[in-house]
Ligand binder design. Structure first.
Ligand SMILES: [Zn+2]
Ligand SMILES: [Zn+2]
Length: 348
């Protein structure tokens, strides 16, 4: 008889309940992880409410959750760097390892990646999950499970800061202070940015940005007003780097205007309006660089070091916690109370 465990299964949009599923078993090179904390991501909420994100469609029951930490319950054959009882954070994307993207170091761009909670692959809202040991990263004892779960969203911020080439004294503009804008802010600060200006309309998020180390927050969406304020902040020079985290077309248009000549615009947010008019000549005349951010790569060790050393504190982003079996309530909270919450966390 196979042992059963509990998992939160999304049967169809809005139908999410705790079900019994088979206990997974760690094969060679894998670890069995007792899940301890999972953060709720905007993507989980999209699948829960709408059953899809673009081309990714929930066609059969799926277990959501991809921002995961836990404890090693069992190691598979050949696993030497982890042992039972270790605390780990799980990097949720398992690339194929063989394609040209993987082999050239861009494993986040692997077309054959199996990513937790991206259909058809299950995520981690379960008592136990099996994961390749090479994508399970050991956490120091003093780093909590909820901090471990925050490494996934923080990774996006670290990758964005790297894509933007942020370094000592960089003048950085971040448009949007949702969860991703805020982790980008944390990463930019840790990378040594001298100025971090955040554009965010919502008062609670603007306040959080200041609390986390933004040097200025602009709460207006008026283009002329933003230009005036950014000219003041940068002595009319413009920002070195703009990181677009809002997914709003006007934010990208503004970023082009307020970048310095030779500046870099990093796109992190996904746009609901796909065609946004852009001043294309500005790209040529200002010699701008455009970069995209798709998930992240090689960020987990960096994130762990930054959290363990106290250089980055992710805890203020966690605005509410639920026991994991209340995942439906947690999901509803992330959906309905999106204006007040930054990160909804679930714990085992
Ligand atoms: Zn996520
Ligand atoms: Zn690959």
């Amino acid at each position: 008889m196979t042992t059963k465990i509990k998992a939160a299964v999304l049967e169809q949009p809005n139908v999410l309940g705790i079900k019994e599923v088979d206990m997974p078993k760690a094969g060679p090179g894998e670890v069995l992880v007792k899940v301890k904390a999972v953060g709720i991501c905007g993507s989980d909420v999209h699948y829960y409410i709408e059953g899809r994100i673009g081309d990714y469609i929930v066609e059969k029951p799926i277990i959501l959750g991809h921002e995961t930490s836990g404890e090693i319950a069992e190691v598979g054959e050949g696993v030497t760097h982890l042992k039972k009882g270790d605390k780990v954070a799980l990097e949720p994307g398992i690339p194929c390892g063989c394609c040209i993207q993987c082999k050239s170091g861009y494993y986040n761009l692997c077309a054959d990646v199996k990513f937790h909670a991206t259909p058809p692959y299950d995520g981690t809202f379960a008592q136990y999950v099996v994961h390749p040991a090479q994508f399970a990263f050991k956490l120091p004892d003093h780093v909590s499970f909820v901090e471990g779960a925050m490494i996934e969203p923080l990774s996006v911020g670290i990758h964005a800061a790297r894509q933007g080439g942020i370094g000592l004294g960089s003048r950085v503009l971040i448009t949007g202070a949702g969860p991703i804008g805020l982790v980008t802010l944390l990463a930019a600060k840790a990378a040594g940015a001298g100025v971090i200006t955040v554009i965010e309309g919502k008062a609670n998020r603007a306040a959080m940005a200041l609390q986390l180390g933004a040097t200025n927050v602009i709460q207006s969406f008026d283009a002329a007003e933003i230009l005036k304020e950014t000219n003041r902040i940068t002595d009319n020079f413009g920002f070195d780097v703009a990181i677009e985290c809002s997914g709003a077309g006007p934010a990208a248009q503004t970023a082009i205007k307020v970048l310095k000549r030779g500046g870099t615009l990093v796109f992190v947010g996904l746009f609901s309006q796909l065609e946004v008019p852009m001043d294309l000549n500005a790209i040529t005349q200002k010699e701008l660089t455009f970069k995209g951010v798709f998930r992240y790569k090689n960020t987990y060790p960096t994130a762990i070091d930054l959290i363990a050393s106290g250089r980055i504190d992710v805890k203020p982003l966690i605005t509410v916690r639920f026991p994991w079996e209340k995942v439906k309530d947690a999901m509803d909270c992330a959906h309905k109370d999106a204006h007040n919450q930054i990160k909804v966390m679930t714990e085992w």
